[in-house]
Write a protein that binds this ligand. Structure first.
Ligand SMILES: [Fe+2]
Ligand SMILES: [Fe+2]
Length: 263
């Protein structure tokens, strides 16, 4: 993505004469440990926007909703109003998407070569950055509930990966990335969500994004729990190796990464 960007004329602020709905999300990029959403306008100019630039982010997500009726259909099914939570967007792009991407890249780099060759590094990197975009449409009273979610709330929370997929589907994002966004809560036993119909999906790609997502989430403070230590987080994930949900080589690449870079 970066190499591609270098060739493009870049602008860092949206031209005032242009309406924000001319802007289309084409991916995400990480520069010097900060994540940016990458947009292109109708003239082909590129904009890099961090989570702090709420107005454009909100307009871009609104456009994604307008372009794909499936988004509203899903929300209607759960009686959720299409409200874009910019606070969630800001938090995601400022913290969790960065952290997930760092871990995913570390795990990828430390995988045995035979597994590494099965996945595309760029696909994993962008999917890690975009994986939770759907959370911007999950009601904040569920996202920020300082207690365990009940069954109904859990059901609503679990649609965020499908919502993220549907939001990004009309944008200029590669299908492999879209699939990883949709299935980042799947596991090796295929007992996660949503149901996996696509048998061609790379399990290793899902495994990398999923383990990076889980590990970085455990290492972050949540409204309902404290930040867990490196060992506590690795032990929780080791249980999932024993349950057949996490590939052991992906897990050991994570342990290697955590020991070297997460002190
Ligand atoms: Fe997620
Ligand atoms: Fe996540």
């Amino acid at each position: 993505m970066l190499r591609e960007l270098e060739k493009e004329e870049m602008f860092l602020t949206c031209p005032k004469t242009k309406k924000s709905n001319d802007v289309c999300l084409v991916g995400a990029v990480r520069i010097s440990n900060t994540s940016f959403f990458v947009y292109k306008n109708s003239e082909g100019k590129v904009a890099l926007k961090s989570g702090k630039e709420e107005k454009l982010q909100k307009a871009a997500v609104q456009r994604m909703i307008d372009l794909n009726p499936s988004v509203l259909q899903i929300l209607n099914r759960y009686k959720i109003k299409p409200v874009i939570d910019t606070k969630v967007l800001k938090e995601l792009s400022g913290g969790h998407m960065n952290a997930t991407c760092n871990v995913a890249m570390g795990v990828y780099a430390l995988l045995p070569q035979k597994l590494k060759s099965l996945v595309d590094e760029e696909v994993v990197k962008e999917a890690a950055m975009l994986h939770d975009l759907g959370k911007v449409l999950i009601p904040s009273k569920i996202i920020n509930k300082p207690a365990k979610l009940n069954t109904k709330e859990r059901e609503i929370m679990n649609i965020h990966s499908t919502l993220g997929y549907e939001l990004l589907k009309t944008q200029n994002i590669r299908k492999e990335i879209l699939d990883l966004v949709k299935y980042h809560h799947q596991n090796l036993k295929r007992s996660g969500y949503p149901n996996l119909e696509n048998t061609n999906l790379s399990d290793i790609g899902v495994q990398i994004v999923s383990i990076a997502d889980k590990y970085s989430a455990l290492r972050e403070t949540r409204v309902y729990r404290r930040k867990l230590s490196r060992i506590e987080s690795l032990l929780i994930l080791y249980k999932e190796v024993l349950e057949g949900k996490i590939h052991k080589d992906v897990y050991y690449a994570l342990v290697d990464f955590a020991e070297k870079f997460d002190n």
